[in-house]
Write a protein that binds this ligand. Structure first.
Ligand code: ATP
Ligand code: MG
Length: 647
């Protein structure tokens, strides 16, 4: 075995210190402060988390043991009792009862603001309604909704009575919904008559009807009136939300949950294969999403914070709903698409609602770049003070655009690496402390012991790529894969000895900064050199004509694998043979001859998951001319594949 697993070719030298003065008002004030926290966590990991759990959360009953770790099973705050919805609502009522908790805008433009007091009442009514249907502790509730305040109400209502939820993204088909209902053994589905997306109404209830017809475990469907659609209502089974909650009391005591009680099941995005039902529990998840929200987004009482994720993804769970509300923040939700009615919508929303903190995904940023600088330029973005990104590695050029055009060189960017499985952000800058480098998620959150290792688990030397792992359990780590403990052990705890294997490749530079290089599954082996996808893609994207790029390997007799690149170009650019040559030469100039693509294919669009991640495994099949096998249930748009196949 070679001493390194993935070769690194790209070297990014730009760096950005925290803006002057940012640290003074921030929770984490400086690099020294960050290092102090890391040192404290290193010296006494359990004490570190226990102190935070005591000072940041409300517990009904204290725990007896901070951590019970029997690899691969972790139990945090053993014996402790708390309730996540209590921590998100009740404890803020006295100090912040009239403060806006959820600020929402629908795609057609209507605005709603729910104060903490109002949200608390809504959640209690909904929780009582669930109880009225016989839902109790341990009964799984599926939530299949548009991005409306009631989605958060439903989640918090479940958490309040100890009914685990499984949120299914409203864009998924009835088949994808059915599979999740069956796998999760859901008893109730919460949905709406429809939701707005791209100027049209998504027919949610009809899809629920189809799915439930094949999921006999579902006894009740609760339907919110949102889009004024005519829908079929099955007597006994189906209930209108407004009718159900109308008679309910606005008081519902929060159930004292065991710290390790099941909080939710959430299926991964399916970028690399069949989605996994990730299990999260109560205490550790509450603590970790709380403290990461506070320190990474530097939440203060006067902030309006916007994470653009749907609640159907882990980002929506941790950083739209639970983390911000646990901190008593104002969290903004937008139901619709970023180009509805025009590509300026997000920037108009930031101006209108005076958004201070904005957290989105690289796929969105690449789309904004494509739409052009004029749209943001027309809006007043001066309220922004902090930007974030999550979901995929961000190409340095996209990072620079975000920094320059959206942040106006004033806002620090937090590039946050994490997964559905990790529950919360693991590697990230802290905005008042960390000097950032475009394309690097920088350093682990205090208390997180991340490393880059070879297959035996030895740390790789600086700048040599390897496997990204976490060496010590952390509070919000997944507890298992739902009803599949073997898959849990196999996937995460058996690849590298005594470490959590994330499935991503990374390198660490001489200053300890982490650079995620792409999925380990996507590594390309060219003449014995193992190359990650991120660096080659970033080299392509750094050419002004290229909007997005995805590279994959195709079997090659001579080299083992040859690099095939799929690229989309900026709106005004036309793909020509000259441009193809130019792009090849550009990659060679940027990162070297080894990375020269054998073939570059023009793509109108790239195949992505519904959460916007490039699905390279499908492109790999296309490039090698083999059949498309494997799970495509989370693919966003099938026609993209058809077009690529024809093209
Ligand atoms: P599946 O596990 O089903 O293949 P998925 O990995 O896309 O799907 P998620 O949990 O939504 O499911 O995504 C986590 C992954 O997203 C990470 O493992 C990593 O590959 C990528 N990722 C997220 N944030 C970042 C980031 N800031 N930098 C680089 N990669 C990131
Ligand atoms: Mg994954």
């Amino acid at each position: 075995m070679s001493s390194f697993e993935i070769e690194s070719l790209l070297h990014e030298n730009r760096r950005f210190a925290p803006p002057a003065g940012f640290g003074e008002g921030a929770w984490i004030k400086s690099l020294e402060h960050y290092r102090e926290l890391c040192a404290r966590a290193e010296a006494d990991p359990e004490g570190f988390w226990a102190d935070l759990a005591r000072s940041e959360l409300h517990w009904f009953t204290p725990w007896q043991q901070v951590l019970d770790w029997q690899e691969p099973t972790a139990r945090w705050f053993v014996g402790g009792k708390l309730n996540l919805s209590y921590n998100c609502l009740d404890r803020h009522l006295q100090m912040r009862g009239d403060k806006v908790a959820v600020l929402w805008e629908g795609e057609p433009g209507e605005v709603r603001a729910l104060s903490y007091r109002e949200l608390h009442a809504e959640v209690c009514r909904f929780a009582n309604a669930l109880k009225g249907l016989g839902v109790g502790k341990g009964d799984v509730v599926a939530i299949y909704m548009p991005l409306v305040p009631e989605a958060a109400v439903a989640m918090l209502g479940c958490a309040r009575i100890g009914a685990p939820h499984t949120v299914v993204f409203g864009g998924f088909s009835s088949d994808a919904l059915r599979d999740r209902l069956i796998d999760a053994r859901a008893r109730v589905v919460v949905t709406a008559d429809g939701g707005w997306r791209k100027g049209a109404i998504i027919p949610l209830k009809p899809r629920v009807d189809e799915a439930v017809a094949q999921a006999p475990g579902v006894a009740h469907v609760i339907c919110l009136k949102r889009a004024g659609q005519q829908v079929a209502m099955e007597p006994e089974r189906d209930h209108w939300w407004h009718e159900l909650v109308a008679s309910q009391s606005a008081e519902c005591p929060a159930e004292a949950m065991d710290s390790e009680d099941l909080l939710f099941i959430l299926y991964t995005s399916g970028t690399t294969g069949k989605p996994k039902g990730v299990v999260h529990t109560t205490g550790g998840y509450n603590l970790y999403t709380h403290i990461t929200s506070k320190w990474i987004f530097d939440l203060h009482d006067e902030d309006t914070y916007w994470c653009t994720a749907d609640v159907g993804w882990i980002t929506g769970h941790s950083y739209v709903v639970y983390g911000p509300l646990s901190n008593g923040a104002t969290t903004f939700m937008f139901e619709g698409a970023p180009n509805q009615p025009d590509p300026g919508r997000f920037w108009q929303l930031i101006e209108k609602h005076r958004i201070g903190i904005f957290y989105t995904a690289p796929t969105a940023i690449r789309t904004f770049i494509k739409w052009g600088d004029d749209w943001p330029a027309r809006c007043d973005l001066s309220s922004l003070r902090l930007l974030g990104t999550v979901g995929e590695p961000i190409n340095p050029e996209a990072w620079m655009w975000y920094y320059r055009v959206i942040g106006q060189e004033r806002c620090p960017i937090v590039d946050t690496w994490w997964q559905t499985e990790t529950g919360g952000i693991m590697i990230t800058p802290l905005p008042g402390a960390t000097t950032t480098k475009p394309g690097s998620a920088t350093m682990p959150f205090p208390g997180i012991v991340a490393d880059v290792v070879d297959r035996e688990g030895n740390s790789c030397p600086p700048n040599q790529g390897g496997y990204l792992v976490v060496r010590r359990p952390w509070p919000s780590m997944l507890r298992t894969v739902y009803r599949d403990p073997e898959r849990y052990r196999q996937n995460y705890w058996s690849q590298i000895p005594h470490a959590y294997f994330a499935g991503d490749g990374a390198r660490r530079d001489e200053e300890g900064y982490f650079w995620v290089m792409g999925r380990v599954d996507d590594v390309i082996n060219v003449s014995g050199h193992r190359l990650g996808t991120m660096e080659i893609e970033s080299a392509l994207v750094s050419h002004p004509a290229v909007a997005e790029a995805a590279v994959v390997g195709r079997p090659d007799e001579l080299k083992g694998e040859a690099i095939v690149a799929f690229v989309t170009v900026e709106s005004e650019v036309e793909m020509t043979p000259q441009l193809l040559d130019e792009l090849r030469a550009h990659v060679v100039k940027e990162i070297g001859a080894l990375a020269r693509p054998e073939e570059i294919r023009y793509a109108e669009a790239l195949p992505k998951t519904r959460s916007g991640k490039i699905m390279r495994r499908l492109l790999r099949s296309l490039a090698s001319g083999s059949d498309l096998t494997g799970d495509t249930s989370t693919l966003e748009d099938r026609s993209v594949l058809e077009k690529l196949r024809e093209g």
